[in-house]
Design a protein around this ligand. Structure first.
Ligand code: AMP
Length: 552
């Protein structure tokens, strides 16, 4: 039995370094019933109440009904308690897309543990960092196909000096604790406080190690509910989790939790390629999924020759990075009427186009906030609001947007305004109807001989070239210019030359000082843990990362 003092001390420690919403706003959100004042696991307990014998989750080898998922989660939650983990303790979960992900996630929730949602592609540096910041006691991992070092991380962590005391390696118990339900019957979940963190998402930033984003029971339930509403998720939906399940997009926008919250079904896939996923769509009558643009592009190309019946698909969300206009048009041709652009951040704000919007809007814009309670400010360099339709940095605040990264006081000072708006670093325009168009990142700028050049402007032009599949424009160190413009290209067919692309950009009336200085042709561009183009790792001609490592 865990002692009350252990629990109090774990919850106290959890709250150290957590920035809650101010009490006046919290009251307002509660009174307006934006916040449900319920634990996040209510999604599963309600599912088990209303859809007990319906299949909730499936992967390549198993399936569980809502009742079985709750029983499994409770059995493991009880095991956690027996092993000495208590409400408020943090656990790092690093699992691939299988039923174990859902079992571990809900088991942690039922036990009142707070999971740090690591992605399968995170390596020792990131995972060690998550432990250092969160002081997590538990690590739930497995041998992950994409990450040969996954169990080595457990081995290394177990031998180093850190907060880790409990390692659960699924299917590799020998050395570690068994990830098996307790043999003792009965489980009563501890009473969590819905305004406390329920999970930590990890930031997908371009610099440094990821930061921890506390998401409370209240805010995440509202996030999920709002996304469910705008995407019309119902019990008939069958959601394909193809991007990493731990990422906000797949987890809760509306993602797998959104599908489960309505009594729908989730199919987990460990492979993202179209050959595999198209078969899943046909065999399971998948209705909804979420992709990053590079993957959507791959699926679109494959739809020309793959023969699977994809007619059940009614919602293809594409987001996480900018979807080029030409790619959006191609998706709309290959998969008519299913595209929904999503512009969102693990920090909170989610905006998306609606399925009923005009196709031209869906192709060109990233969408409007999912809640009328999302407050948006677009500001110029001096922090002053710009006029409607003008470009500026997006600042946001609202019932599901964080008020501070976890245990990062210095960073929070510059990332939040005095009145609690999160500075997203995204450059956007917003129309009268609150539809947002993302135009780039504030800091994605090359300083070439004193001129500031936005990399996204050059990228957007180059993506209109019929022979270019993917592009990354990066600042490259230069003794004379300070920085020069490097372009890494994936060509569709014949290789292009520097002269070809300069000529093309000139025809688009781009200023002479914005002309690329150097071109490097590659077969593919490196991706982040969730599949976005990772500029930091784009290789230069010598095979080493090309971008200046002092990227601002
Ligand atoms: P993450 O927290 O990993 O979801 O990353 C959030 C960031 O991804 C945002 O702040 C944007 O910079 C970028 N992002 C997400 N969705 C889009 C989109 N549809 N278009 C352009 N950028 C996006």
């Amino acid at each position: 039995m865990n002692s009350i003092s252990d629990i109090l001390s774990a919850v106290d420690d959890l709250l150290h370094g957590f920035e809650p919403s101010p009490p006046s706003l919290a009251r307002c959100y509660t009174e307006a019933q934006i916040w449900d004042n319920a634990p996040l696991w209510a999604i599963l307990s309600q599912g088990a109440q209303h859809h007990a014998d319906k299949v909730a989750i499936k992967d390549a080898v198993r399936e569980l009904t809502y009742r079985q998922l709750l029983e499994q989660a409770d059995g493991i939650a009880k095991r956690f308690q027996e092993d000495g983990l208590v409400m408020g303790d943090r656990v790092v979960i690093q699992l691939s897309n299988t039923c174990y992900f859902a079992i571990a996630f809900f088991a942690a929730q039922r036990a009142g543990l707070v999971p740090v949602m690591a992605l399968p592609a995170h390596g020792l540096a990131e995972i060690s960092h998550f432990f250092a910041v969160s002081q997590a006691k538990g690590y739930i991992c497995e041998r992950i196909l994409e990450s040969p070092e996954s169990l080595e991380i457990a081995d290394t962590l177990s031998m180093s000096d850190n907060s880790l005391t409990h390692i659960y390696a699924i299917k590799h118990h020998g050395k570690y604790l068994a990830f098996h339900p307790s043999s003792q019957p009965g489980f009563t979940p501890p009473k969590v406080i819905p305004e406390h963190p329920a999970l930590f998402l990890v930031s997908g930033g371009t610099t440094g190690l990821p930061k921890l984003i506390p998401r409370t029971h209240n805010d995440y339930l509202f996030n999920i509910r709002s996304c469910v509403e705008v995407s019309d998720i119902t019990a008939n939906d069958i959601y394909l989790a193809v991007l990493p399940a731990a990422h906000n997009f797949t987890l809760g926008c509306p993602g797998l939790l959104g599908a489960l919250s309505k009594g729908g079904q989730v199919i987990f896939s460990t492979q993202a390629g179209p050959d595999h996923c198209f078969d899943l769509i046909e065999n399971h009558s998948i209705t909804a999924t979420a992709l990053v643009p590079a993957l959507a592009q791959l699926w679109t190309e494959a739809s020309e020759w793959e023969t699977a019946d994809l007619s059940s698909l009614r919602l293809m969300q594409v987001g996480g990075s900018k979807l080029a206009y030409s790619d959006a048009l191609a998706i709309q041709t290959a998969f008519p009427k299913v595209l929904q652009q999503v512009f969102g951040m693990a920090e909170g704000l989610i905006a998306c186009t609606r399925l009923g919007d005009a196709p031209a809007i869906i192709a060109a814009k990233q969408g409007c906030p999912v809640s009328k309670w999302d407050e948006i400010r677009i500001v110029d360099n001096a922090g002053n609001p710009v006029a409607i339709g003008e470009e500026g940095e997006l600042l946001t605040r609202g019932p599901y947007t964080l008020r501070g990264y976890y245990r990062a006081p210095k960073h929070n000072q510059v990332t939040f305004t005095d009145d609690g708006f999160y500075r997203s670093g995204d450059k956007v325009r917003m129309d009268e109807d609150r539809y947002i168009t993302v135009t780039g990142r504030i800091k994605d700028v090359i300083n070439r001989a004193g001129e500031s050049i936005a990399t996204d402007e050059i990228e957007a032009h180059l993506l209109c070239h019929p022979e270019i599949a993917q592009v990354a424009v990066v600042p490259v160190a230069d003794t004379h210019l300070g920085e020069r413009i490097g372009v890494a290209l994936v060509c569709k067919g014949e290789p292009l030359t520097l002269q070809n692309i300069r000529h093309f950009l000139k025809s688009k009336n781009l200023a002479a000082f914005k002309m690329p200085d150097e071109l490097h042709l590659v077969h593919s561009l490196p991706k982040t843990a969730v599949g976005k183009i990772d500029k930091k790792s784009v290789p230069g001609p010598n095979g080493k990362p090309w971008m200046l490592n002092t990227y601002r």
